[in-house]
Design a protein around this ligand. Structure first.
Ligand code: DQQ
Length: 568
């Protein structure tokens, strides 16, 4: 296996240099190869394949991000390892040698996804999916060889591995991705493992108990299941505070928290919110997984297999997710890498108690450089206004639209009640409405032949109004061999009473869009052919028949972060 050499001196020098991270929006990699899709502030492996985030944690001053990695090629491999990088600020990352790799009978065919748990004595322990000698999926336990090493470079596997094997009602290849464990009120450990039932569409979170963390006993009933989703990959289960944005540790359970269960299936990270008691061992969810567009999702675009952890340094819960490629495997081989992580997002329960909120961690703002702004600008019907003066391919934009006079418009009654089909059509920027589409055209070419539209549209809902947020990739690239999707979701905003806000983080081939101050997120993975580097433009537009007011718009060029560029 190819390994990445770690050099202590280099590490220290790099940390000292980090604040000098450059402004360049370069399209070349370290070897001078043209790399228009390589990102500048999203986490990526130095080269080759990356997928799910694994075992994120904070330990002795360092954030650790492990990830599914094929160190030998830019495609998913027969032998997968845990890549490993560390950071002191969640922005700049140093790549270390793979931390966990096949070595024992229980993981000899791959080390797949898993999670970290910090034990009461402060030491981390990993539970992850091993593909054993028979390619059966089992749960493997690993501990740091030297817990005094803040970089946690070496891991040893427990003698008693595997600590869990697929139960008889589960296929041997349908049992994986243990979560972070939590302690119940009785002091016992609990953990869930994603699974599917044999010969059915039932997805499950199988629950296990342990007194010592080494011996795990299956609880008779799953913590939750759904008859219609198929396999649950990368489940996550954690408490969220009902009183504010602060995060709580995974074992906290009292009247001031509710619990979130996230399951990855059908290409999305779907979640339910509910109440959990470790005494009854019942998680009672407020809603069900539907396997339809009605599911609550972390991201209504491209984001999968996310994992959240409690950041004890700043008392917040942070979630990482994987943004997969939509390019062909042949093109991945040419560019030499595949797979990007979404930005680390703070995640908390919204005030309604019905939905999660997400926002890029505050440290990302430290990359903001040159800034332009405009205030109280009326955007007439048909306008397309360039936002110049920033690096449009590497930028952070916050814009708010004010439609609060809307109810005084006599034509507002012309807005029709929107049914599901009309809603789906509304995700396309080419469908003209009264108020909307209006928003941003990102990674756009001069002539707009290429652009990704991130926009809003006001719709009628029941007795009131609401707003659809969309990201339309249909014109994102003149290349024709890539998938271009059109995504959308309804934001819980009544435009008569609240401004409609959007934050877009644009990073060469990724656009992460946060609507309504984090109520909904849509990530687009795009591959422009001409709107790259300096040729990329940013516009604000209004294609609706009525004018809208931009109450504020601020846009920043983003500096380039140091991400795993130390590796050789
Ligand atoms: N990826 C891992 C699995 C997981 C899947 C393998 C989700 O453990 O179920 O790389 O993307």
């Amino acid at each position: 296996m190819e390994t990445v050499k770690y050099n202590e001196t280099f590490f220290l020098i790099t940390l000292i240099l980090l604040p000098l991270s450059s402004m360049e929006a370069s399209s070349c990699d370290d070897y001078g190869n043209f790399q228009p899709y390589r990102t500048s502030f999203h986490f990526q492996a130095h080269k080759n394949w990356l997928n799910d985030p694994n075992g994120p944690l904070y330990y002795k001053g360092f954030y650790h991000l492990f990830y599914q990695h094929n160190p030998l090629a830019p495609y998913f491999g027969d032998i997968m390892v845990w890549g490993h990088s560390v950071s002191q600020d969640l922005v700049n990352w140093i790549q270390l040698e793979p931390a966990i790799y096949p070595s024992d009978p229980s993981d000899i065919n791959s080390c797949w996804s898993g999670s970290a748990t910090i034990l009461p004595d402060g030491k981390p322990v990993m539970l992850y999916t091993g593909s054993d000698t028979n390619k059966h999926q089992v749960t493997v336990l690993a501990e740091p060889k030297d817990a005094s090493d803040p970089l946690l470079r070496e891991w040893v596997k427990a003698k008693g591995n595997p600590v869990m094997v697929p139960p008889s009602n589960v296929p041997v290849d349908g049992f994986r991705d243990p979560t972070t464990a939590w302690q119940g009120q009785d002091g016992r450990w609990r953990v869930i493992v994603g699974a599917e039932e044999k010969d059915s569409e039932k997805g499950m979170a199988i629950l296990y108990h342990s007194d010592d963390f080494y011996q795990w006993i299956k609880y008779p009933v799953p913590l939750l299941e759904s008859q219609i989703t198929g396999m649950w990959e990368c489940p996550d289960f954690f408490p969220v505070s009902v009183t504010g944005r602060e995060g709580v540790d995974t074992s906290v359970n009292n009247s001031s928290v509710r619990h979130v269960l996230k399951a990855s299936y059908g290409g999305s990270d779907c979640y339910v919110i509910g109440s959990y008691s470790s005494e009854t061992e019942i998680f009672s969810a407020d809603s069900e997984f539907t396997n339809t567009a009605d599911d609550l999702k972390y991201d209504y675009g491209t984001l999968y297999a996310s994992k959240a952890f409690f950041d004890s340094a700043k008392n917040r819960r942070i979630s990482w997710g994987w943004i997969m490629e939509k390019d062909s495997s042949e093109d991945d081989i040419v560019k030499g890498w595949a797979g990007i992580m979404g930005l680390p997002r703070e995640i908390w329960l919204g005030r309604s108690g019905k939905k999660l909120m997400q926002w890029p961690v505050e440290e990302i703002n430290n990359l903001r450089a040159r800034n332009v702004s405009l205030y109280n600008k009326k955007l007439e019907s048909g306008s397309v206004l360039e936002i110049s003066g920033i690096t449009a391919s590497q930028a952070d934009i916050e814009v708010a639209f004010d439609l609060r006079g809307l109810e005084n418009d006599p034509e507002i009654s012309d807005l029709e009640e929107v049914d599901q089909a009309a809603l789906l059509a509304g995700y396309s920027a080419s469908v003209r409405g009264i108020y909307g589409p209006f928003g941003l055209l990102a990674l756009a070419s001069n002539d707009l032949a290429e652009h990704t539209a991130i926009f809003f549209r006001v719709i009628r809902r029941g007795n009131g109004y609401s707003v659809v947020m969309s990201s339309d990739e249909s014109k994102s690239s003149l290349r024709d061999n890539i998938e271009k999707a059109t995504y959308g979701t309804v934001l819980d905003i009544d435009p008569r009473h609240e401004k409609i806000s959007l934050r877009c983080l644009i990073d060469h081939s990724v656009i992460e869009s946060f609507g309504g101050e984090g109520r909904s997120v849509i990530t687009s993975r795009v591959y422009p052919k001409i709107a790259i580097g300096e040729e990329s433009r940013l516009y604000v537009f209004n294609h609706g028949t009525k004018g809208v007011t931009i109450s504020s718009l601020e846009a920043w060029s983003m500096r380039k972060a140091q991400i795993n560029s130390n590796a050789t």
